[in-house]
Design a protein around this ligand. Structure first.
Ligand SMILES: Nc1ncnc2c1ncn2[C@@H]1O[C@H](COP(=O)(O)OP(=O)(O)OP(=O)(O)O)[C@@H](O)[C@H]1O
Ligand SMILES: [Mg+2]
Length: 373
């Protein structure tokens, strides 16, 4: 069952098309992230759902109800923004209790006490409740804002970059807390972020936006292993995908790709009507560097650069055709600049895209993990 639906929703500001014909169904109880680069339309989508802005076209539904013309307070949503505002003259306890006291009927004092305390405990701010907002850090304030939204038990939570003010480590810890929270509350959460690893770890499904358009909707595994187009292949993952033109020939029921100085064989059929040439997309994770004379090598190349990032070493090699390919490997296997290497590609991880539309015509078939519930 879906409990939020966007039907052909558009939003324009003057001649800026912030959101273009959005069709999106959000399921009851799911954690869905709206992911995309800055300016892609994520906050616009959230604000239209919240009723903070009016649509330029289309309809928005929550449950069976068309809420397009309803004001925000009639939509049964809770919002937490990047720039949350706490009440400065109230303690954290009173800040979190505020929405409870606004309910009718007002819950009993002991119910309020219990709810505020358990929420604050879940957020790791249980011992700060007597303080005022100016007496805590920005990250703690952000958690108070989350708590204030949580105590309301709304149908849908809307969170716009709620962890943006936290330091990197706390952000990662908060991810686990948020996941645990979702498992406990089971409410629908719509979560805006431009951080793809955050979206990957938190979400049941991810909606990826660029230029005001929904580019792909799917589980983190779908988005990672079956990118719908080259934008997704580049945007998702720690590094951009290696992307290069290939000529496709069919050898029996296999495909042979020739391009970038490589010859890659795929145990895969492709509709004969589809292109003879395409763009191949391969993530650095799926490129292995082997001995130049290895039978696994699809071609040879020379090491031109290396970048050590924590536990990962990114090695850039240049093929005979002058194309640069990036491979991720173990830093203990550092190579020398100028060293000749063979390029071995995990064939199940090769995606083919239409050369002109850049839409995926043949996704890789490997690596899809069953999602553990
Ligand atoms: N009030 C406004 N007036 C004019 N243009 C706007 C307004 N709000 C947003 N836009 C434009 O609409 C587009 C989408 O903006 P939106 O805020 O939805 O992006 P976003 O994906 O949330 O980006 P960010 O990650 O930077 O928050 C952008 O081009 C933005 O400049
Ligand atoms: Mg935004």
């Amino acid at each position: 069952m879906s409990n939020v639906s966007f039907r052909s929703v558009s939003k324009t500001y003057g001649n800026v098309r912030a959101l273009d014909n959005l069709e999106l169904d959000i399921r009851e109880g799911e954690f869905i992230s709206l992911l995309g680069p800055s300016g892609s339309g994520k906050s616009t989508t959230l604000n239209l759902l919240a009723g903070l802005q009016d649509v330029s076209g289309g309809r928005v539904f929550i449950g069976e109800r068309d809420v397009t013309d309803l004001p925000p307070e009639k939509r049964d949503l809770a919002l937490v923004f990047q720039n949350y505002a706490l009440y400065p003259h109230m303690t954290l306890f009173e800040n979190i209790a505020f929405p409870l006291r606004a309910k009718s009927p007002v819950p009993s004092a002991s119910d309020i006490e219990r709810k505020v305390r358990s929420t604050a405990e879940a957020l790791g701010i249980g011992d700060l409740l007597a303080r005022y907002p100016k007496e805590i850090s920005g990250g703690q304030q952000q958690r108070v804002a989350l708590g204030r939204a949580m105590v309301r038990d709304p149908r849908v939570f809307l969170l716009d970059e709620p962890l943006s003010n936290l330091d990197a480590r706390l952000r990662i810890r908060m991810r686990r807390d948020l996941r645990a929270l979702h498992a406990q509350l089971r409410s629908t959460i719509v979560y805006v972020t431009h951080d793809q690893s955050e979206a990957m770890t938190l979400s049941d499904r991810i909606a990826v936006f660029s230029d005001g358009k929904l580019q792909q909707l799917g589980t983190p595994e779908d988005i990672y292993y079956r990118p719908a187009n080259t934008f997704i292949a580049n945007f998702i993952g720690d590094r951009e995908a290696n992307l290069f033109p290939v000529e496709i020939s069919r050898v029996g029921d296999r495909l042979e790709l020739a391009g970038a100085g490589l010859t890659i064989r795929l145990d895969r059929a492709l509709d004969a009507a589809k292109a003879r040439s395409a763009l191949a997309g391969i993530r650095p994770d799926s490129v292995e560097l082997v001995a130049p004379d290895s039978s696994q090598a699809s071609g040879v190349a020379e090491v031109v650069d290396q970048e050590l990032v924590g536990a990962d070493l990114y090695v850039f090699v240049k093929t005979g055709a002058g194309v640069e390919i990036c491979s991720r490997r173990d830093p203990r296997q550092r190579l020398r600049l100028g060293e000749p290497v063979g390029i071995s590609v995990r064939q199940g991880d090769v995606h083919l895209f239409d050369a002109s539309t850049e839409v995926c015509i043949s996704p890789g078939d490997a690596g899809i993990l069953e999602r553990q519930e």
